[in-house]
Design a protein around this ligand. Structure first.
Ligand SMILES: Cc1ncc(COP(=O)(O)O)c(C=O)c1O
Length: 280
């Protein structure tokens, strides 16, 4: 099997040769941030937006970016060139670095920078034909879900709950509102209007979410960024989840209840088709 191209602290090397210290604060505390960006036909998709979000995440956790945007771009392009695949999922992780274990920030520690270029997972055709299944899950995450932090324990527990229920995603419910998925954003169609939670501290500002909002504008479909009451999930005309690896998927079941007529809806289909045209 071909090796996965990777980057660690200034060096390009195969993934299986990357080594970090057990004292890395990413390992000890989950003290770091990450980014995942899709590459289609050797072109990084919405690169500027992904890099902006990465810089913002670093700023919010007070880690100085080790590189400027042109250096990040060069790093990403090098990984694209080194990969045998044309469609990739590039994962970048920055941690606060290696230091003796202490909650307080170390005074002079270099951030650890790691990146890898995996083949982009193929979306099963069954998901597109039949839609996917969702569950709801009580949102036990912290109050800064807008930061793309590597500490994902609550998301992992929710996703596992979904997997054990043979569902693809868990929708996070806080105070009776449906916010987003454990690793995706949520869209709901009701009476020909599309709803999604506004950008605030309770959701990750998904790049795919922004892209879908642009597509909806182009399609002339009304969209409201407002809170979604949990009970709307069960009377929705359509439900979708969006993410860099899932693109836009229709959900046809939630908490074992069938969404509308149980088939991916027409608004989803239009949006999905335009997505496929515009993503290249
Ligand atoms: C909690 C959460 N929300 C939303 C998303 C979707 O973000 P994007 O569209 O940038 O992949 C992700 C992606 O990993 C996520 O983890």
């Amino acid at each position: 099997m071909a090796s996965i191209p990777a980057f660690l602290n200034g060096e390009y090397l195969p993934l299986d040769e990357c080594r970090v210290s057990v004292l890395d604060r990413g390992f000890i505390y989950g003290d770091g941030v990450y980014e995942l960006l899709p590459v289609y036909k050797n072109n990084a998709f919405y690169l500027t937006q992904h890099l902006e979000r990465l810089q913002r995440s670093m700023g919010e956790i007070k880690v100085d970016s080790p590189y400027d945007n042109s250096e990040w771009q060069a790093l990403i392009n090098n990984l694209i060139q080194q990969s045998e695949h044309d469609d990739l999922a590039i994962y970048i992780q920055i941690t606060r670095g290696v230091a003796p274990r202490d909650h307080v920030f170390p005074s002079a520690t270099q951030a650890t920078v790691f990146a890898m270029a995996n083949p982009l997972p193929i979306i099963p055709s069954e998901y597109l034909e039949n839609g996917v299944e969702l569950i709801t899950s009580n949102d036990i995450r912290w109050q800064r879900c807008d930061i793309k932090a590597i500490s994902l324990l609550a998301n992992i527990l929710a996703k596992q709950e979904a997997a054990e229920a043979s569902a693809v995603e868990a929708i996070m419910i806080r105070d009776d509102y449906a916010l987003e998925g454990s690793a995706s954003n949520l869209f709901l169609v009701r009476d020909e209007v599309v709803y999604t939670h506004p950008k605030d501290n309770l959701i990750l500002p998904g790049i795919t979410r922004d892209f879908v909002l642009e597509l909806l504008e182009e399609l002339g479909i009304e969209c409201k960024q407002q809170r979604i009451p949990k009970e709307w999930l069960y009377s929705a005309d359509e439900l979708w989840i969006t993410s860099s690896s899932k693109e836009v998927l229709a959900a046809t079941k939630i908490d074992q209840k069938i969404v509308a007529d149980g088939k991916p809806g027409e608004v989803w289909r239009k949006t999905y088709n335009l997505y496929q045209q515009r993503k290249m």
